[in-house]
Ligand binder design. Structure first.
Ligand SMILES: Nc1ncnc2c1ncn2[C@@H]1O[C@H](COP(=O)(O)OP(=O)(O)OP(=O)(O)O)[C@@H](O)[C@H]1O
Ligand SMILES: [Mg+2]
Length: 262
């Protein structure tokens, strides 16, 4: 997977962004692949796919980091049962390691993680920039980035600031999901960020006609389907990673990860 120069899609007056982007390219040079998990639609399973993909890659012998880029609702630590805070007394910060995966979230930086975070776009952009400047991920094969829904603030910042390998788009079988996941894919295209493929989550097995339409619109491939399965809720609600506890879920994610890696 090659990196693309997404500064082409940027207005030239974004001098600060361009400088920070160049600095982050050097700072994050020891991360081989940076992959975003994204959909403009809320609740389709972005965090679920990001978490399970990260742990599947880790079980395949890759060194993996997992970043929560959802600044408003940083859910990642809850999905992983992490209550530990990142030690901010010395810079650079170290991510928290959970069963072999290096994890960072703004929820690990604040005192009361369940309090509402009411920020305008520039604050979100600043926070994400500071996280990338401040965290020492070390050497990684993959950094998986869990995005927030929508097509502004956090997704836009990630696309503009980082040299991403690309985005995995998550959808569900419903038309409303494919339309809004389509928006995310088209946004990535507009900003010259690659699409690595689509995951149909909460799937009945074969991809729905809406998902097939989405693949056509985006001109990308299906990475795989993930079944609608109550084990996701049961396990994630108790801070357990589904691929580490369910054979069926593990197999589905192994297929997705194999396609992604190849
Ligand atoms: N395949 C699945 N089967 C059943 N439940 C699922 C599945 N995937 C995700 N869920 C559940 O759906 C809920 C929403 O999932 P998740 O938080 O991953 O979505 P999201 O897209 O990250 O949401 P947000 O837009 O709020 O960030 C969670 O409770 C999760 O456990
Ligand atoms: Mg989420």
């Amino acid at each position: 997977m090659g990196e693309q120069d997404s500064s082409k899609g940027m207005h030239p007056s974004f001098a600060g962004v361009i400088q920070q982007r160049a600095r982050l390219r050097d700072k994050l040079a020891r991360i081989k692949h940076k992959i975003g998990v994204y959909s403009a639609k809320g609740g389709v399973g972005k965090t679920t796919v990001a978490v399970n993909l990260a742990y599947t890659l880790s079980k395949m012998g890759k060194s993996v980091g997992l970043l929560d880029a959802d600044i408003d609702c940083p859910n990642l630590p809850m999905f992983l049962g992490i209550e530990e805070r990142i030690d901010t007394s010395s810079v650079p910060f170290k991510p928290v390691v959970k069963e072999g995966v290096r994890v960072a979230s703004t929820a690990m930086l604040i005192d009361e993680a369940s309090k509402p975070i009411i920020w305008r776009g520039p604050m979100i952009t600043k926070m994400l920039g500071e996280m990338f400047e401040g965290i020492d991920w070390g050497e990684l094969d993959y950094l998986i980035i869990d995005l927030s829904p929508g097509t502004s603030d956090a997704p836009l910042t990630i696309m503009q600031l980082l040299h991403m390998d690309g985005f995995v788009i998550v959808t569900t079988p419903q038309k409303i999901a494919s339309v809004n996941s389509g928006r995310s894919g088209l946004m990535a295209r507009k900003l010259n960020v690659s699409l690595l493929g689509v995951v149909e989550n909460m799937s009945g097995g074969a991809p729905s006609s809406n998902t097939n339409e989405l693949l056509g619109v985006l001109g990308t491939d299906l990475l795989g389907t993930v079944s609608l399965d109550d084990n996701f809720n049961r396990l994630s609600d108790s801070g357990k990673v589904p691929v580490l506890h369910s054979e069926k879920i593990r197999k589905e994610f192994e297929e997705i990860a194999r396609k992604l890696v190849s």
